[in-house]
Design a protein around this ligand. Sequence first.
Ligand SMILES: Nc1nc2c(ncn2[C@@H]2O[C@H](COP(=O)(O)OP(=O)(O)OP(=O)(O)O)[C@@H](O)[C@H]2O)c(=O)[nH]1
Ligand SMILES: [Mg+2]
Length: 301
Amino acid sequence: MSYLAVIGVGRGGIHTVNKMNRNPALVEEVSFLVCDTDDIILMKSPVENKILMNCKPQDERFLTEETKKDFKCRVSGFRVVFFVAGMGGSTGHDLLPELIGYCRELEITVSCFVTSPFTFEGDVKCKIATESILNIRQCSDSVVVINNDIIQDSERDFNLANAFHKSHLILAENCEVLYKILCKPSYVSLVLDDYYSTMRNSAVTIIVSGYSNGEKRVLAAFDEALKSSLFKPYEIGEMDGIIFAIECSTHHQIKMEEVKYIHEIMGNRIKEGSNFTWIVNFDEELNEEVKVTLIASIKNR
Ligand SMILES: Nc1nc2c(ncn2[C@@H]2O[C@H](COP(=O)(O)OP(=O)(O)OP(=O)(O)O)[C@@H](O)[C@H]2O)c(=O)[nH]1
Ligand SMILES: [Mg+2]
């Protein structure tokens, strides 16, 4: 059994997990599960492991005992669960917190990756989503929210036909980045408990990446990551927790003189007293480039 399960809940979550399920390297190392009250969406999913969630006839906001037992049985034994869902519907609003609660009962660490609706979807969905996000923040160890409107503003070829597709891709990418950082062996690595103690009780958690090469590649990739539209509403100086993940190839490893740029960032760019961790992973495809990923959070005050 793998260490991590990625669970798609509701239509948006399942469509995202369907896309992740196409990556053979991920399929080998991660267990996928899809859960919905909608049997057609489940039937169409290529993910083999599925749960049709039945709700109590007397109150549709809660799962039946059988569904609860089935879910607990499928997740027991995992160390970490990533839930993926689009917020704005009733499955994400009513049933996701219940599923998170069962994982917590089993002492499984829970990260959620969710989207907030596009404004064009209307006020009702946006209101439901705001409430849903508050609820899941209260019961999860970390929550990454991707604001669909920000994606819309940053993509030139964005239209109604590809809107949700783009949103699924960004959600999947965020999930894969965290999976790689937490679960892949690395040179300077991150301990799972350290990650969650940095991210727990955050009001905001953002994951962004940038690439660069050349002499100051670490600094340039960092600046590139900050230019990402998902980071635009924030300042690096307001972050309370920062994980600075560098990826490079083994042929073009981070040199000791490049480490000084990391210290420069720590000394000059981030808030005093913030929790800063840096790690290094390898990715041979990068060649001479480095990729810098920032997982940054603002604490709940
Ligand atoms: N309509 C639609 N919404 C999507 C899709 N992918 C992501 N979403 C987002 O997910 C949000 C919730 O929609 P669904 O995923 O359909 O909702 P649900 O969790 O299945 O809940 P139900 O209302 O019970 O179906 C929407 O408001 C969208 O912002 C998609 O392919 N279609
Ligand atoms: Mg649905």
